[in-house]
Design a protein around this ligand. Structure first.
Ligand SMILES: Nc1nc2c(ncn2[C@@H]2O[C@H](COP(=O)(O)OP(=O)(O)OP(=O)(O)O)[C@@H](O)[C@H]2O)c(=O)[nH]1
Ligand SMILES: [Mg+2]
Length: 357
C-alpha cells in the first residue's frame, strides 16, 4: 500500500511524514527532488498472537509505504502548478494524504484550513482537467479520421470534463473513473483521500472539531474521502521516543494513542482493505486484501501458482482460534471450514491454500 502526503507548501507534510514513519528524516527536506520515502510496519495484535502461538522462524507484517511529495504550489498558472515530476510521483499512489495546515505560521500567517484545502483541491482538479482536454483534443481528431472505436472514450472524457468544470473531483463518480477506458489515466482527483489537519498544539479540540466539520461539509457525498487530524509536530517527537516516554507525552496531550496506528487503520478503511493471515512453516504472515475479494484472488496475492492451481482453502477465524486455544481444538469443534474459490475472504481469516501445479 502506497500513500503519498500532498498539500500546499509549508502545510506540514514533512512533519506529518516524520510522525508517521517514526522520525525518519525525509530526503525531500534535505533539498532533493525525489520525495521522502518511508516504510512502516502495520501493528497488529493478531499477528503478535499468531507469532507467539506458532513460534515461526520468520514472520511478516503488512507494510505501508509513505511518500513525502513536494508541495502543490497553488500559486502557479491554472493547471500548471503541479509539475510533471510531481505528477509522476502522485499517479502510482493508492491514496492521498492531503495535509492541511491548522497551525499559525510566522511566514504563512494564521491558519485558514478551509481555504487551503480548497486551493489544493482546485489545483488537482485543474491538473485533471488539463489532461482530459489534451486527450479529448487528440481523440476527437482521430475520430474524424475514422477511428470510430474511440467514441466511447470521448463520451466518458466529456462526462469527466463536465464534472471537473463544475469543480467536482472525479472521486464523486467512481463508476466513471473505474470505466475500462478511463482507468489508465490515474486522475488525481479520483484517488481516495485522507484529509489530515496538522493542528498546532495551541488549537483546542473544539476548534479542531469545528475545522474538520467545515471540511467534511465540502466533501459531502463523495466516496473514498475521510477527515482526521493530528498534532504533527508533537507526534513527530513522540515517534522518536521509546514506548514509555511516548505514552507519557501522549497523556500530556490528552491522547489515548499515537496518530500513526489510527491513520493506518483509517487508510485501510479508505482503501477498503482487510487483512488475512497465512500460518505456515516457516512463515507467519499478514496479507492485505481488497474487501470482497474471493479465496482464489487471495491465493493469487500469496503466489500466482496458488491462484492458477487453486483447489480449495482451509479457513478459520482468528477469533475462533483465540477462543479455542489451538488449531487441534478448532478441528475437533468443526470450526475449520473447507471453502471453494468463490468464498469471500473476511478480515482476520487464517487461510491455508490447497493447490496443485
Ligand atoms: N506550530 C506548529 N508548527 C508546525 C506544525 N507542523 C509543522 N510545523 C512547522 O511548519 C513548518 C513547515 O513544516 P513542514 O513539515 O516542513 O511543511 P512542508 O509541507 O513539508 O513544507 P514544504 O516541503 O516546504 O512544502 C516547519 O517550520 C514546521 O516546524 C505544528 O503542528 N505546529
Ligand atoms: Mg516538506
Amino acid at each position: 500500500m502506497k500513500l503519498g502526503i500532498i498539500g500546499l507548501p509549508g502545510s506540514g507534510k514533512s512533519t506529518v511524514f516524520r510522525a508517521l514513519t517514526g522520525g525518519i528524516e525525509s530526503s525531500e527536506r534535505r533539498g532533493h527532488q525525489e520525495p521522502g520515502h518511508g516504510v512502516v510496519k502495520v501493528a497488529d495484535e493478531r499477528l503478535d498472537f499468531l507469532v507467539a502461538y506458532q513460534k515461526p522462524k520468520k514472520f511478516t507484517p503488512v507494510y505501508v509505504e509513505f511518500l513525502d511529495i513536494a508541495g502543490i504550489s497553488g500559486e502557479g498558472k491554472p493547471g500548471t502548478s503541479i509539475g510533471d515530476q510531481v505528477l509522476a510521483h502522485i499517479r502510482p499512489l493508492d491514496a492521498l494524504i492531503h495535509c492541511v495546515r491548522f497551525f499559525d505560521s510566522p511566514s504563512l500567517g494564521p491558519a485558514q484550513p478551509l481555504i487551503d484545502f480548497r486551493t489544493a483541491e482546485e489545483e488537482m482538479i485543474l491538473s485533471d482537467l488539463a489532461m482530459v482536454e489534451k486527450r479529448l483534443e487528440r481523440v476527437e481528431k482521430d475520430i474524424l479520421r475514422g477511428k470510430k472505436e474511440l467514441q466511447e472514450e470521448v463520451t466518458l472524457l466529456r462526462q469527466a470534463r463536465a464534472l471537473l468544470e463544475a469543480a467536482t473531483p472525479l472521486r464523486a463518480d467512481p463508476d466513471l473513473t473505474n470505466a475500462e477506458r478511463l482507468k489508465g489515466f490515474a486522475f488525481l482527483s479520483a484517488k481516495p483521500e485522507l484529509i489530515l489537519l496538522d493542528a498546532g498544539e495551541e488549537k483546542s479540540r473544539s476548534e479542531i472539531r469545528e475545522a474538520m466539520e467545515e471540511i467534511r461539509k465540502q466533501v459531502q457525498g463523495q466516496l473514498n474521502v475521510c477527515v482526521d487530524w493530528l498534532y504533527a509536530d508533537a507526534e513527530a517527537e513522540i515517534a522518536r521516543l521509546d514506548e514509555e516516554d511516548a505514552r507519557e507525552f501522549l497523556q500530556e496531550l490528552d491522547l489515548d494513542e499515537g496518530a500513526k496506528d489510527r491513520i493506518i487503520r483509517t487508510s485501510f478503511e479508505l482503501l477498503q482493505l482487510i487483512v488475512f493471515f497465512t500460518v505456515g512453516d516457516p512463515d507467519v504472515r499478514a496479507w492485505p486484501l481488497r474487501k470482497g475479494l474471493t479465496a482464489v484472488k487471495a491465493a493469487g496475492t500469496v503466489h500466482s501458482d496458488m491462484e492458477r492451481g487453486f483447489i480449495r482453502a482451509e479457513v478459520f477465524s482468528f477469533q475462533d482460534l483465540k477462543g479455542a486455544g489451538s488449531v487441534a481444538a478448532l478441528h475437533k469443534a468443526g470450526k475449520v471450514r473447507l471453502e471453494g474459490r468463490d468464498y469471500q475472504v473476511k478480515d482476520g481469516d487464517i487461510v491455508l491454500f490447497r493447490f496443485n501445479v
